[in-house]
Design a protein around this ligand. Structure first.
Ligand SMILES: Nc1nc2c(ncn2[C@@H]2O[C@H](COP(=O)(O)OP(=O)(O)OP(=O)(O)O)[C@@H](O)[C@H]2O)c(=O)[nH]1
Ligand SMILES: [Mg+2]
Ligand SMILES: [Zn+2]
Length: 300
């Protein structure tokens, strides 16, 4: 039989995948091998071993063990693997069109904190918003310790800085539709392997399947909609762990099971009232708790 070549999965279709073999720049369409009647499904970011077939397409023989997976939490504690070997979540938020959705941004940051992966905060469309907004949001997320950049993929503004901060990272872009994820991906020189892989009916410019751009010693995945990143069920205590500045103060609350909602002697609310914690961050905490938490039913 022919030789096996190592490669990287760029994107997934129904019964096939796009892969880039190591050392090659052109992606190849790859079929998946049937294992005991079932196909073992690779995901973007997977390392694989493949054979090259006569028509230059490939056959994935083996998916190598994953170092980590990025999962989407769905109902009843189940989860779905979205990507493999990702170590950085690159959140993208536009300053205008659509207006910044800070709860979504904060939810992605909570996800990265709970999954123990790095997060980068990107703001796009500075040309469409007041400079004061750019400064205010940039300063807020910078102060929380996140690498924060304002970029314009159309003019190239700060794209070199972004490329630099992604070097060596295995990253995935995330953000709501229309914020500029694909524009960033293209401006960095991403390989667009949509075509046969895109699922119909989502609007022609909307990304419907993960795509991937290989960086020197890393990669960047352009992901479809942010709705994929639900936090599932989480208690207020778990959500707090996703907010570094809340987590830091929660220890000083009067009750050690304080949910920071209405309890007296709450150090988190004191810090919000004192202007030490940004109101928008506390607002996000409240909304995320509301979305994620169903209190245990009272027993009668
Ligand atoms: N003026 C301006 N327009 C931008 C900027 N970044 C992106 N755009 C435009 O915003 C629109 C949406 O960008 P996309 O890159 O398709 O957004 P996306 O996040 O990939 O959207 P989905 O694939 O639907 O999730 C496009 O028309 C881009 O040209 C920017 O910094 N300034
Ligand atoms: Mg897109
Ligand atoms: Zn509290």
């Amino acid at each position: 039989m022919s030789e096996l070549f190592p490669g990287l999965v760029l994107g997934i279709g129904k019964n096939s995948a796009w892969i880039a073999l190591d050392g090659e720049s052109e992606p190849r369409m790859a079929a998946l091998k049937r294992m005991r009647g079932k196909r073992e499904m690779p995901v973007s970011g997977d390392r694989v071993e493949a054979r090259i077939l006569e028509d230059a397409s490939a056959l994935i023989e083996r998916i190598l063990p994953r170092q980590s997976t990025l999962t989407r939490r769905i109902a009843r504690g189940r989860s779905k693997v979205m990507a493999a070997n990702v170590d950085t979540l690159v959140t993208v938020t536009s300053l205008a069109d659509p207006p910044p959705r800070l709860t979504t941004l904060d939810q992605l940051l909570v996800y990265s904190e709970l999954e123990s992966i790095a997060a980068v905060v990107i703001f796009t469309k500075p040309d469409r918003a007041a400079p004061s907004l750019r400064k205010e949001l940039g300063a807020l997320y910078e102060s929380l310790g996140y690498t924060t950049l304002v970029v314009n993929p159309k003019t190239g503004q700060n794209m070199d800085a972004l490329r630099e901060s992604l070097a060596g990272r295995k990253a995935m872009l995330a953000g709501v539709s229309g914020v500029g994820k694909s524009s960033i991906f293209r401006a960095l020189g991403g390989i667009a392997v949509v075509g046969e892989l895109s699922s119909a009916g989502l609007g022609k410019q909307t990304t419907s399947t993960a795509r991937l751009y290989r960086l020197p010693s890393g990669f960047l995945i352009d992901s479809p909609g942010v709705s994929e990143f639900g936090l599932g069920k989480a208690t207020p205590a778990e959500v707090v762990q996703g907010f570094p500045e809340l987590r830091e103060r929660a220890a000083a609350c009067k009750f050690n099971d304080c949910s920071h909602l209405t309890e007296p002697g709450c150090a988190v609310r004191t810090a919000v009232d004192a202007g030490v914690i940004a109101p928008s961050r506390y607002e996000s905490y409240l909304r995320i708790v509301e979305m994620c938490y169903t209190p245990p039913r009272a027993e009668y």
